[in-house]
Design a binder for this molecule. Structure first.
Ligand code: 5AD
Ligand code: SF4
Length: 448
């Protein structure tokens, strides 16, 4: 009998990528084998995202395509996991009767057991407040290959959910209340990663700055903050680089900012989503900080770490956003002079408060604003990148195929290394001199 094969397609954020890895490992432990060929797989899992309507539409159209595949192969099992699964639950099966299993964000650990159920269709989308994320030791597989460690960087989820209820955001409904993992579990997982050859860890959470604030994360009654965790992970011997994402500016503590001056393996990059430059819109978004407070945090970060690259998320066309509000967003872009940003047109999401707000901004206006924002951001990226020309920068090698190297700086800039490439392998840290700057990447040569 051949082993059952599975194929996972992941949509959305790093949290979903990590969840997909967990599902893959759990299935592997039960004898399933991962395949990159969706046509022949016995099980197809779509790990879905519902942050904006477009992400959800992509899932629905792919499910439409899979209906035909299931007709050809009635034994195929189709599983919808992640945020759309959590949000739509039973309705997915009603709209898409060829789906066998719907697995919510807190149920992924039960996946293998759920697949054994004899029922025709299963929906497992319980979302509880006192959820505790199971301890989980990642399996890195066979590590050494001719080109070095296969896996040299990894995500590590430190918390789930969100309690902030920004009015546009679906996350508190799809991922539930904010829960932090036990510090000992995180440290155990981080050590296992480093023992397995991982050189860079990115700590993940919807709002890592509030780690440890809503539940006890250490034995006894002591308090333990995100910066405490960061310092402990950073002290694991063998770890070369540490990153984290993502942060709500309202919870950004001075202690965490100080880590950028004091923790040497912490990469000088901070993703600090602002969402809008207008105080009026920030208040309608329920972000709980002002433009002024945000700018103070940016200034403080730069005083602790002058070379830090600051990036952001921005939403244009939030309900009620006027031209004046949008101009404030453009002015904030100039003032912070972001190294990069992800920017989005506001999208109504089911169950969110803003979906009921009046004064929706017209699609064409949103599109115009987005284009203006992105065009200016691109110019600013190039300006920043030009400043690196002539500098010698340390960077982690991500790929080396013998002809060309791709590396990433601590500030999260991609560098294409051409000319003479040496034997450095993924996970090594090398120094390169920057020769050329593009909008979205740099070009350089290795220092001998
Ligand atoms: N519409 C548009 N963008 C959104 N985001 C979250 N919800 C919405 C929405 N309803 C963006 C925010 C967030 C990023 C992950 O996605 O900018 O930081
Ligand atoms: Fe959504 Fe706001 Fe929580 Fe971020 S902080 S996940 S935008 S509710």
């Amino acid at each position: 009998m051949h082993s059952k094969t599975f194929f996972i397609k992941t949509f959305g954020c790093q949290m979903n990528l990590r969840d997909s890895e967990i599902m893959a490992q759990l299935l592997g432990e039960k004898g399933y084998v991962e395949t990159s060929d969706s046509e022949t797989a016995d099980l197809i899992i779509l790990n879905t995202c519902s942050i904006r309507a477009k992400a959800e539409q992509k899932v629905m159209s792919l499910l439409g395509v899979l209906r035909k595949q299931k007709k050809r192969n009635p034994n195929l099992k189709i599983c919808v996991a992640g945020c759309v699964a959590q949000q739509e639950g039973q309705q997915i099966i009603e709209r898409m009767p060829h789906v066998d299993l719907v697995v919510g964000t807190q149920n992924i650990y039960e996946l293998a057991e759920l697949l054994k159920e004899k029922k025709q269709q299963t929906v497992a989308t319980s979302l509880v407040d006192n959820y505790s994320i199971p301890a989980f030791i990642p399996d890195l597989g066979k590590q050494e290959s001719e080109v070095g460690p296969v896996v040299f960087k990894k995500f590590l989820t430190i918390m789930q959910g969100c309690n902030n209820y920004c009015t546009y955001c679906v996350v508190p409904y799809t991922r539930g209340r904010e829960i932090s993992r036990q510090a000992s579990h995180i440290l155990q997982e981080a050590r296992a990663l480093v023992d397995g050859g991982v050189k860079e860890i990115t700590l993940l959470g919807q709002n890592v700055n509030s780690y440890g604030k809503t539940n006890n994360v250490i034995e006894g009654n002591g308090s333990f903050s995100f910066s405490d965790l960061l310092r402990q992970v950073a002290s694991i011997p063998g770890l070369r680089q540490l990153r984290f994402t993502t942060s709500n500016p309202k919870d950004l503590s001075d202690d965490l900012m100080r880590c950028f001056a004091e923790v040497d393996i912490l990469c000088p990059h901070f993703h600090l989503p602002v969402q809008s430059g207008s105080n009026r819109i920030l208040s309608l978004m329920n972000r709980k900080y002002s433009r002024e407070l945000y700018l103070e945090k940016v200034a403080a970060l730069r005083s602790y770490c002058p070379e830090i690259a600051i990036t952001t998320d921005m939403i244009v066309g939030f309900p009620g956003e006027t031209n004046e509000d949008f101009e404030e967003t453009m002015a904030l872009l100039e003032e912070v002079y972001y190294h990069g940003s992800y920017s989005f047109k506001y999208s109504d999401r089911p169950g969110t408060r803003s979906s009921a707000f009046e004064d929706k901004v017209e699609e064409s206006v949103k599109a115009e604003r987005l284009l203006r924002f992105q065009t200016r951001q691109d110019e600013i990226c190039l300006e920043h990148n030009k400043k690196y020309v002539g500098q010698e920068l340390p960077m982690m090698i991500e790929k080396n195929d013998g002809d060309a190297i791709v590396a990433r700086t601590g500030t999260n800039h991609l560098v294409h290394i051409t000319g003479e490439v040496n034997s450095c392998k993924p996970g090594d840290i090398a120094t390169a001199r920057i020769l050329h700057a593009g909008h979205h990447s740099l070009q350089g040569v290795l220092k001998k």
